[in-house]
Design a protein around this ligand. Structure first.
Ligand SMILES: NC(=O)c1ccc[n+]([C@@H]2O[C@H](COP(=O)([O-])OP(=O)(O)OC[C@H]3O[C@@H](n4cnc5c(N)ncnc54)[C@H](OP(=O)(O)O)[C@@H]3O)[C@@H](O)[C@H]2O)c1
Length: 205
């Protein structure tokens, strides 16, 4: 059996990814949640509490899975706290955004790293809003954009650090997805993105 960690598995893209990976009978999904409520009922789904803003929570999560070998870590959970109309940067919003979208992900990944098996994958869900190549670039959502840009560079450096261990590290931009974050006008369904991600990891693309 393969152990796959999906952060933010209770809704949105994380829920769709968890459901898609559970269709594979060889996969156990360790899904992170922040409340006791979870929509997935499956004996191969293990929900565990994780708040990426809280270092104690990250360590507590890791201690519960420390005995497991990990095949895939999908750093999906993230926040977009800005409305797009801000004229100034709120330091509080910037700090919270970085705590979740960058520092929490890094802290979790560095702890899980020792459990990654050869040929395993770390997938960091990024956004074209964090890319210098974004063609529709504008000034909105600076905290979110900066957090994803920094996450991209973490992935790049991590991929070099883990080259010797045959661990694949990828930034994955899902596109504009219909979730609470993406809104109802988004062009992609989370199930399609989840299916593409599964195919990417398990070699069907
Ligand atoms: N939707 C898009 O169009 C789009 C585009 C590009 C990139 N992305 C990226 O895709 C990923 C998933 O986004 P989504 O659209 O599915 O967003 P979403 O519907 O807002 O879901 C966000 C998930 O992150 C979790 N989360 C938030 N803060 C957390 C924290 N402090 N600790 C642990 N978990 C936390 C949420 O849990 P709670 O329910 O407990 O809050 C939820 O499960 C994000 O990284 C996002 O930046 C999305």
């Amino acid at each position: 059996m393969k152990n796959v960690i999906v952060t933010g598995s209770n809704r949105g893209l994380g829920l769709a990814i968890s459901n898609r990976f559970l269709e594979d009978p060889e996969i156990i999904v360790i899904g992170t949640i922040r409340s006791g409520i979870h929509p997935i009922i499956n004996e191969r789904f293990i929900p565990i509490y994780l708040d990426l803003e809280n270092t104690d929570s990250i360590h507590a999560f890791n201690s519960q899975i420390a005995h497991l070998e990990i095949d895939v870590l999908i750093n999906n959970a993230g926040v977009l706290l800005e409305t797009g109309s801000e004229a100034t940067i709120s330091m509080e919003t910037l700090r919270t955004t970085f705590n979740v979208n960058l520092f929490g992900i890094i802290e979790l990944t560095e702890l899980v790293m020792a459990q990654l098996v050869p040929s395993s994958s770390v997938i960091n869900i990024t956004s074209n809003w964090g890319s210098y190549l974004n063609e529709d670039f504008d000034s909105r959502f600076p905290a979110y954009r900066m957090s994803k840009a920094a996450l991209n560079m973490y992935s790049k450096t991590l991929s070099k650090r883990l080259e010797h261990a045959s661990v694949n590290v990828l930034n994955y931009d899902p596109g504009w997805v219909q979730t609470k974050m993406g809104g109802p006008n988004a062009t992609l369904q989370p199930e399609k993105v989840a299916s593409d991600l599964y195919d990417l990891i398990y070699g069907k693309i």
